[in-house]
Design a protein around this ligand. Structure first.
Ligand code: ADP
Ligand code: ADP
Length: 223
């Protein structure tokens, strides 16, 4: 079953002489349970694609379907609710809430959604990510790599159907990167999750089920 689909997805930032064609007529289908890596040079449109797939920004034209629903037509509030139910984000720019400790940050999406917290499951995630000793700490007491792992734990804890990740291992050393990657893969298989991950790291991209190459706003199909 196709869980993410774009139809002639186009995103233009600015207008006139300053227009930047970040994505041009992208047609993409990602199947349920797929683990896809998005690769391309800086400025090729990877982040824009991830933002569009997650409904964080509106396309200039074209459509984005998430689990069969055309999210480009949703108004802000239903879109926020839909996104919270379906999608987990692991973004470097997506800051943790500074006044909440690690544990509270990790379970926040579940609480916002009024869902039950499975403490054992959360503990399993924080153990694997090496965070269990720091659960009472505030985000600003952590290193960048630790904060990154909290963002990963937060996305995994709500076991969303789709995880969108922007360089999830960007701040991590190679041993931790491998652990995090295995955790993401195990989580995907266990919950039949779909994962779309931007990476610059060729080795990491090679571990994905599929590599989506982007060049100049176009998805390049390579076999
Ligand atoms: P990547 O993630 O592959 O580095 P981006 O999706 O961030 O690429 O950017 C694609 C193109 O769109 C780049 O030329 C970038 O400068 C431009 N761009 C991205 N975001 C904006 C924005 N908010 N306003 C104007 N241009 C943008
Ligand atoms: P703006 O929309 O003005 O860029 P935001 O504070 O909404 O500012 O977003 C800051 C960054 O965080 C953006 O680059 C966006 O990609 C990311 N972001 C916004 N909302 C979310 C979200 N719900 N999940 C993950 N990342 C988000």
């Amino acid at each position: 079953m196709t869980i993410l689909k774009t139809e002639n997805l186009t995103k233009i930032y600015g207008s006139g002489d300053n227009a930047v064609h970040a994505l041009q007529n992208v047609n993409l289908a990602i199947e349920n349970g797929e683990f896809a890596a998005v690769v391309g040079t800086s400025g090729s449109g990877k982040s824009t694609l991830l933002h569009m797939l997650g409904g964080l920004d509106k396309p200039t034209s074209g459509k984005v379907f998430v689990d069969g629903k055309d999210i480009s037509s949703l108004k802000d509030e239903p879109l926020t609710i839909f996104r919270r139910r379906k999608i987990g984000f692991i973004f470097q720019a997506y800051n943790l809430v500074p006044v909440l400790n690690l544990y509270e940050n990790i379970v926040l999406p579940l609480e916002l959604d009024g869902r039950k917290i499975d403490k054992d499951f959360v503990a399993q995630i924080t153990d694997t990510l090496g965070l269990s000793k720091r659960l009472n700490a505030l985000p600003n007491q952590l290193s960048g790599g630790q904060q990154q792992r909290v963002a990963i734990a937060r996305a995994l804890a709500s076991a969303p159907a789709i995880i969108l990740a922007d360089e999830p291992t960007g701040n991590l050393d190679s041993k931790t990167s491998q652990d995090v990657l295995s955790l993401l893969k195990v989580s995907c298989k266990k919950f039949s999750q779909t994962m779309v991950m931007i990476t610059h790291n060729e080795e990491i991209a090679q571990t994905a089920d599929r590599i989506i190459h982007i060049e100049d706003g176009h998805v390049i199909t390579k076999d």
